[in-house]
Design a protein around this ligand. Sequence first.
Ligand code: GN1
Ligand code: MG
Length: 378
Amino acid sequence: MNYTEEQMMEIARKFDVGGSISEIKPLGPGFINDTFVIKTGGEHPVRYILQRKNHIVFPDVPGMMNNIEMVTEHLKKKVVAEGGDPMREVLTVTKRRPDSMSDEERKAFAGDLYYKDENGNYWAVCVFIEGSVTYEKADTPALAYKGGQGIGKFQAYLSDFTTPLAETIKGFHNIRWRFEQWDEAIARDAAGRVKDLSEEIGWVNSRRQEMLGFWTKVEDGTIPTRVTHNDTKISNILFDKEGEVLCVIDLDTCMSSTSLNDFGDAIRSYANTGAEDEKDLGKVALSLEMFEAYTKGYLSYRKGNLTDSEVEWLAFSAKYITYEQLLRFLMDYIDGDKYYKIAYPEHNLVRTHAQNKLLCSMEEQYAEMKAVVDRYAK
Ligand code: GN1
Ligand code: MG
């Protein structure tokens, strides 16, 4: 469903953006939500991010927005205590303009944090952080080191956050649940593609027990559960122009899980020598240099605060999340491309192959990865 510029402006005006809106432009390349930048006119223009939240993927948008509000409030207190700037170093949710709300909206849970339009789409706004830079790929170890610090600090700040968070996507990084979805997808064969995918399906099946073995450690409490981000790819971090981490964004999946997910998902993007959807598999591998830089940065904040079991499984988490991503891309391809936005028909299959190549490269270098973790965890 496409909206005209006027309709989107109307939606944006429901939020407390001060001043009149002069411009609205799409901002890419999120796979799930639709993102726009809005600019308010006047002498001192201010920019905001307007997002249409994908409520098929996130069935409880009010719960999600409430999570984000609570987590960002907590983070802001930490930043203030350290003498930082809470408006630049933490995402700021922009609330609804009270005079734009109906009685029903006022009574709704977290009703001031989102707008549900007549088509059933949910919208939310946050402040645009000026002077920030995002990357699709880490080009230097220095950037990977800083990214590691950013997520390490994020986890450290949230380590004393105790309010239960809503589970915004059921079993998001729970491979046992993913296998339930997977088995159903194979049986359903919605797009009739299973017959041509025996090699790729084999990549998933051959590692199934190994991955369940890891998840069992989370289920039995050997590996603890904490408040985590769960989507730590490099493009979800804002850097400043000097390459320092400014702010961790895309908090839609902030919930309780193992902190290892945040490490593993970051490695999946920072330490990949190629793009997530690279067609030339010769370009895709795990860069041990990037792995080391990220690990060093991350552990500079988390060393001493992780349990022995977390340290033991840290390197494995990179394989786990890359494997899960392979499964999710392939499952979506089998389902007929219902979840991830695609740019061309084979996109999810290309992504699957690239993740598998990355995973194989991690498997080959696993002993070295473990040695790096041990070096910086002490
Ligand atoms: C999605 O929303 P975005 O583009 O930051 C996905 C992640 C995947 C990632 C792959 C809610 O992230 O889990 O790792 O694509 N987010 C959701 O690039 O499924
Ligand atoms: Mg996301």
